[in-house]
Design a protein around this ligand. Structure first.
Ligand code: CA
Length: 713
């Protein structure tokens, strides 16, 4: 209950002293309205959130001060006004509609009655957390052409707050510091080489006066790193690369020199990968920062590191010294990553009693499908068990090494492997409830068809995964028949077993919040936002958000009222790619705030499905050009506009392209005349001939869809 109204006492003290002096006898009667007054005056003031406040975030029950609520990132709140007996009275208190339909993935921060969040294109917003009044917006004006470097949509996972400033990463690689009261920029710094395929989608974290920020881009071919900047002036304090660079140059550290022995060939040309695009946690007691690192660039080891090897520190949990970023220990979840199995997924710190001994552990459920418990002081492997359907490895041996499948390692022919490249669990935040001792997270089950290119091609500004995206063999049709599913699980990290599960109608669902009210809150792909009983998974409450939810909810309290907040907006890689995992409701992005005994209603947009019209525009191409058009489309266009020219509504479905637009197709693709709308220029990547074949492919797909539509009529 500490820090409940820290700064307001300075503003209000003289009045309250007078009040207290005059009405001392009625103090008890005045106490409640006075506290309310203090709270409401306080709601526009940003207090000092310093290192002490962050360390004690768990006892500050009103606020949600940092990404995972506390440094341990439990995403668990001690608030219990909303509990298993009252949750049926929960209703919408207020909502805010964002400008577009792109995916929302942010975890908001709440500091004394003000809620800070981020939306697509890295825009930062501040709201009165009780009333929904918009206080300010800061738009960093990300150049829309940067969309091409975002593997997984123009999303942002949230801001950080420290000493009166709001910090956020931008898609184009900047770290920005904004005044929390005015919404005005204080400083910004470019954290990535401009024009290179790096992006920031992850949330910054505060570590002893510094802002830690990573980046993404391993699908394109970059070298992963994490940076620490001075919170006051944005000066770089340290930077730690996760994979070795060109060995003819001096290594940046002993750790990287050691890592270079686990690589072969000329990996550095494509960067190697290992980007730190999401998980960062800090243990103030051990003075260690834990980072999850990403997949290899390219995905396939035989293209990346011809002679094999573990390829450190890809797909690893690495522990860095907080003050200088030196590597202290590492644990590699997927040695010699070959399947896009990042270990960037959320990291939770906890104290667990294992075999009678109290252990300081770090827990993770990365993409590879195994739940890991690691000693966070030493990096010692404690245990791991499969939480999903896994075919790449039979299990993890007592030394912490996976027992690999030969077929999945070799990928000689087109091969189905589970989990798929989007993982058995991805960025969707998980929670740890200290009361139940369980970890709650969404699990997805699906296969990916791995098709390794015979040689590594290089596309300077596009995917360099080494997968042949233009493949049209019979396995593609077979893939569509393979089962795909999703569930919310409660996992016992000591017993390494599932305690309960809730099967979900669509494969991917959102991040999780747990509360002392014995509740788990979670949204999902179809727009349902639910509360479950933490102990047994019983569904207690649900709300239709009108758009799919991937982001994790938070909870906070203002003037004694507990609120639950969630960013609702369905997006991300799977939606853009139109894969089975992307199934979900695309709609207007919204911030939704709930409290007991409220009943605001959402205005839902009507869904209209317009059949694809038969295109009038004519283009003469040969069968070979048409086939080349499919391959080029899948390489350059499909990632945003959807596989097979079918979009799910985040970006234009190109089959609906009008004749007027077809007439300027070259100008759009090669000259960037629609760059302000988010369509990058491909003038440096595609020839006029290739562009024509892409256009012909799109027209062909439109004609096919129009024929189906007229058959239905
Ligand atoms: Ca990846």
């Amino acid at each position: 209950m500490k820090n409940q109204y820290p700064k307001s006492s300075r503003n209000i003290a003289p009045i309250s002293l007078v009040l207290l002096a005059r009405v001392r006898r009625y103090f008890v009667a005045f106490a409640i309205p006075l506290l309310t007054l203090l709270g409401s005056c306080n709601s526009k003031v940003s207090p000092e959130v310093d290192d002490t406040a962050l360390r004690n975030a768990d006892s500050d029950v009103d606020n949600w001060l940092t990404h995972g609520r506390t440094y341990s990132e439990h995403r668990h709140s001690p608030l219990e006004q909303i509990d298993e007996s009252t949750v049926d009275r929960l209703g919408l208190a207020w909502s805010y509609e964002f400008a577009d339909k792109r995916g929302l993935e942010a975890t908001p921060i709440v500091v004394n009655g003000v809620l800070y969040t981020t939306s697509s294109w890295s825009v930062v917003h501040a709201f009165d957390a009780a009333t929904g009044e918009k206080l300010w917006t800061y738009n960093p004006e990300v150049p829309r052409g940067y969309a091409r470097f975002a593997c997984c949509d123009v999303v942002n996972r949230g801001p950080a707050f420290y000493k009166g400033k709001v910090y956020s990463g931008t898609l184009d690689g900047r770290l920005i510091a904004v005044d929390s009261k005015t919404g005005k920029l204080v400083w910004e710094t470019q954290t990535t080489p401009e024009g290179k395929a790096y992006t920031i989608t992850g949330a910054p974290r505060i570590v002893e006066g510094r802002i830690l920020i990573g980046n993404g881009g391993a699908e394109y071919g970059v070298r992963g790193y994490i940076s620490a900047y001075d919170a006051e002036n944005g000066e770089l304090a340290w930077r730690t690369y996760t994979v070795p660079g060109d060995p003819s140059l001096p290594f940046e550290s002993k750790a990287l020199e050691k890592a270079s022995k686990t690589w072969s060939g000329e990996w550095w040309h494509l960067g190697g990968g290992g980007t730190c695009w999401d998980a960062i946690t800090y243990d103030p007691e051990l003075q260690l920062v834990y980072i999850g690192t990403g997949n290899g660039s390219p995905w396939y080891r035989r293209l990346r590191s011809h002679g094999g090897g573990d390829n450190l520190y890809l797909s690893s949990i690495i522990a860095l010294r907080a003050d200088d970023g030196e590597l202290v220990w590492h644990y590699q979840t997927t040695p010699g990553d070959n399947w896009d199995y990042t270990a960037t997924q959320p990291l939770i710190l906890a104290e667990l009693t294992i075999s009678g001994a109290q252990r300081k552990v770090i827990m993770q459920a990365p993409k590879n499908g195994f739940f890991y418990v690691i000693d966070r002081a030493t990096g010692e492997f404690i245990s791991a068990k499969a939480f999903g359907n896994v075919t790449w490895a039979e299990g993890i041996d007592t030394n912490g090494r996976p027992i690999e499948s030969k077929e999945a390692r070799e990928l000689k022919d087109p091969t189905f492997v589970r989990p798929a490249t989007n993982g058995a669990h991805n960025w969707h935040p998980m929670s740890f409830h200290p009361g139940t001792g369980l970890v709650y997270f969404p699990v997805y089950d699906g296969a990916f068809l791995h098709l390794v290119d015979s040689v590594q091609r290089y596309y300077p500004r596009d995917f360099n995964t080494g997968r042949n995206f233009g493949y049209q063999g019979p396995e593609i049709a077979q893939w569509e028949t393979l089962p795909i599913s999703g569930k919310l699980v409660a996992w016992d990290p000591i017993g390494q077993k599932e305690v309960w599960k809730v099967e979900q109608p669509l494969p991917v669902s959102g991040g999780v919040l747990s509360t002392a009210g014995n509740l788990i809150f979670q949204g999902r792909a179809d727009g349902d936002f639910s509360a479950y009983r933490a102990t047994d998974g019983q569904l207690l409450w649900e709300f239709n958000a009108g758009t799919g939810i991937g982001a994790a909810p938070i909870t906070y309290r203002v003037n004694g009222i507990q609120y639950v907040a969630v960013m609702a907006g369905w997006g991300g890689a799977e939606v853009l790619w139109n894969s089975g995992f992307g199934q979900g409701k695309v709609g207007k992005g919204r911030l939704l705030i709930f409290a007991l005994d409220h009943s605001s209603e959402l205005v839902m947009e009507e869904e209209k499905i317009i059949p694809v019209p038969k295109p009038d525009f004519k283009l003469e191409v040969s069968a070979e050009e048409l086939a080349a058009g499919f391959s080029s489309y899948m390489t350059y266009c499909g990632r945003c506009h959807g596989a097979n020219a079918i979009s799910r509504g985040l970006t234009p479905d190109l089959r609906y392209t009008t004749t007027t637009t077809h007439e300027v197709f070259n100008k759009i693709v090669l000259e960037g005349v629609r760059e302000v709308l988010g369509m990058p220029s491909f003038g440096e990547d595609l020839t006029t001939k290739e562009t024509k074949s892409i256009q012909a492919y799109i027209l062909g797909e439109a004609r096919k869809a129009a024929a189906v539509a007229s058959d239905i009529d």
